[in-house]
Write a protein that binds this ligand. Structure first.
Ligand code: FAD
Length: 505
């Protein structure tokens, strides 16, 4: 394989790597992307899924980038209408707690101003009647409740659908494939990688994009002869999942924690509330997958400052930690996710671009900027094209999809609604498969017909039960343990059958 030369080799299948692969292949470049774990399993899959300009950045006078990011967030409503949802956020203001009300109001005014024309509704304030109907907020000392709008989407699916679109346009994408060495050549690099079975291979690439998030400097150490990295900080982000209160809450709530940080409590698949924030600097090696007790306490305390009923540790259904890298700063305050800083190294007419920081919201813009560097190095490619082009399942209007969910089918309506919100326009393909093989309507576990598992393997690069239950869907959070085993057995059986077929063939 080393004799093959590709234009661009992308290391890392998170939000940034996915967007680079998609943009590059659409501009006519040959692209390979390798992801060490499963797609979107890094920081991109550990965010509460808020796509926003992030008003906090206005305090740092980053007005232009806040406006750009909010416009990008609104763009997902067009390119992934099945995944992205307009989200109203409530910002409760209490006298003497957190920032002064006037400052918050001025901030939201500016937020609307810098993102003029983005199409999202303007900020406002709950009136007496609306306030009386809002049962989730603690009343004591409540001064007012400001409102504004952003967008939410499941980060893991956004990453996946970006990658699947890249694949459908001709990019080669591989999960469970780790890059193990980078050897500089006269023009570009030789990239060595190994897949899940331990099989090693190499490919020559004129340009390499190191989009490995918090691991960016680890990958630079793989460059034979050394490559200069930037000083970087790794920040831990922690989240907890709480049960959806009764009555269910549709609004996200922005909470001001005691240390001044903003904590977001976002409704999650209509079933849970995800509460998350950047927890602090990460030191040491690999993180545990769960937040520390102190991190959980801080998140619960932020909830209980503003929300009722009180949340306790015993209520936590799930919790996780994500790591994100960002260029080093002296301060203790974490930089908010935003546009990344790029470090580049020429290698003949080729080169290596390493990405520091970034956000889910602005991954498309980051990709365009990275390809801009390759353009400056003489890489010939087509113009930018991604602005309004739908992602993998995004090519159908939500009204049509909701009609599709109601259509006559051997699959239950509840499942079809879930499908529509997960796979978008690809439900048409699943229906076509069911027409061809009606037996695939058989439910492997309640609510999961076999056709969905076949789609997962054949279309969504799924290799095991965890990929399907915890990343392609979030069914893993709601099914019984015995059902997880049944799904795992289905994948094992399918893999064995595939091996037998390959042997025969
Ligand atoms: C808790 C938290 C909250 C956040 N909140 C928001 C938010 O509200 N809005 C927002 O827009 N952004 C938010 N972010 C930031 C956003 O999620 C990340 O900045 C963004 O997703 C980073 O994407 P990435 O592709 O750079 O990194 P990652 O998603 O981490 O992807 C890097 C990938 O590289 C892979 N990799 C590493 N080494 C190798 C190797 N040797 N070979 C192959 N692959 C390798 C890793 O497995 C990983 O999957 C948040 C992040 C966190 C952690």
């Amino acid at each position: 394989m080393a004799e093959t030369t590709v234009d661009v080799f992308v290391i890392g299948g998170g939000a940034i790597g996915a967007a680079v692969a998609r943009d590059a292949v659409g501009r006519g470049l040959s692209v390979v992307l390798a992801e060490a774990g499963d797609f979107g399993g890094g920081a991109s899959g550990h965010a509460p899924g808020l796509l926003h300009g992030n008003p906090v950045n206005l305090a740092r006078w980053q007005c232009r980038s806040v406006g750009e990011a909010r416009r990008e967030a609104a763009g997902f409503l067009v390119t992934a209408p099945h995944l992205a949802r307009l989200q109203r956020l409530l910002l409760p203001v209490r006298q003497g707690v957190g920032r002064p009300p006037m400052r918050l109001q001025a901030g939201l005014w500016l937020y609307d101003r810098v993102s003029r024309g983005c199409g999202l509704p303007r900020h406002g304030m709950l009136d007496e009647t609306a306030l009386a109907e809002t049962t989730c907020l603690a009343r004591e000392g409540l001064d007012s409740v400001l409102t504004y709008y952003d967008v939410v989407a499941d980060g893991r699916r956004l990453v996946l659908e970006t990658l699947l679109d890249a694949r459908d346009r001709g990019a080669r994408i591989a999960n469970y494939t780790r890059v193990t060495a980078l050897k500089p050549l006269a023009e570009g690099f030789e990239v060595a990688y190994s897949d899940a079975d331990g099989t090693q291979d190499r490919v020559k690439a004129r340009y390499v994009v190191n989009a490995t998030g918090a691991r960016v400097n680890n990958v630079l150490r793989l460059v034979r002869g050394g490559a200069a990295g930037r000083q970087m900080d790794v920040w831990r982000g922690a989240y907890i999942l709480l049960p959806m209160p009764d009555p269910p809450r549709e609004e996200a709530v922005v909470l001001q924690a005691a240390d001044g940080r903003f904590v977001f409590a976002v409704p999650w698949y209509g079933r849970h509330i995800a509460v998350g924030t950047t927890a602090g600097r990460h030191t040491g090696g690999e993180p545990t997958t769960a937040p520390t007790e102190a991190e959980k306490d801080r998140l619960l305390a932020a909830c209980n400052r503003f929300l009722v009923p009180a949340a306790e540790k015993a209520h936590i259904l799930d919790a996780g930690v994500g790591l994100r890298g960002a260029p080093a700063t002296r301060g203790r305050t974490p930089p908010e996710p935003g546009m990344p800083v790029l470090a580049s190294q020429r290698q003949g007419h080729g080169g290596l671009v390493s990405v520091y920081g970034g956000s889910l919201t602005t991954n498309r813009l980051a990709a365009a900027r990275i390809l801009g560097v390759l353009g400056e190095w003489g890489c010939r490619m087509g113009p930018s094209w991604t602005a309004a082009v739908p992602l993998h399942g995004g090519a159908a209007a939500m009204d049509d999809l909701l009609e599709l969910a109601e259509a006559q089918s051997p699959v239950s309506r509840l499942t079809r609604y879930r499908w529509v919100e997960t796979y978008g326009a690809k439900v048409y393909d699943m229906d076509a498969a069911l027409n061809g093989r009606p037996g695939l309507a058989r439910e492997v576990i309640p609510g999961v017909p076999e056709v969905e598992l076949v789609h997962a393997v054949e279309e969504e690069e799924v290799t095991c039960a965890e990929d399907f239950l915890d990343r392609r869907t979030r069914l893993g959070m709601v099914i019984a343990e015995e059902h997880r085993t049944t799904i795992a057995n289905w994948f094992t059986k399918r893999a064995r059958a595939e091996k037998r077929r390959m042997k025969k063939g």
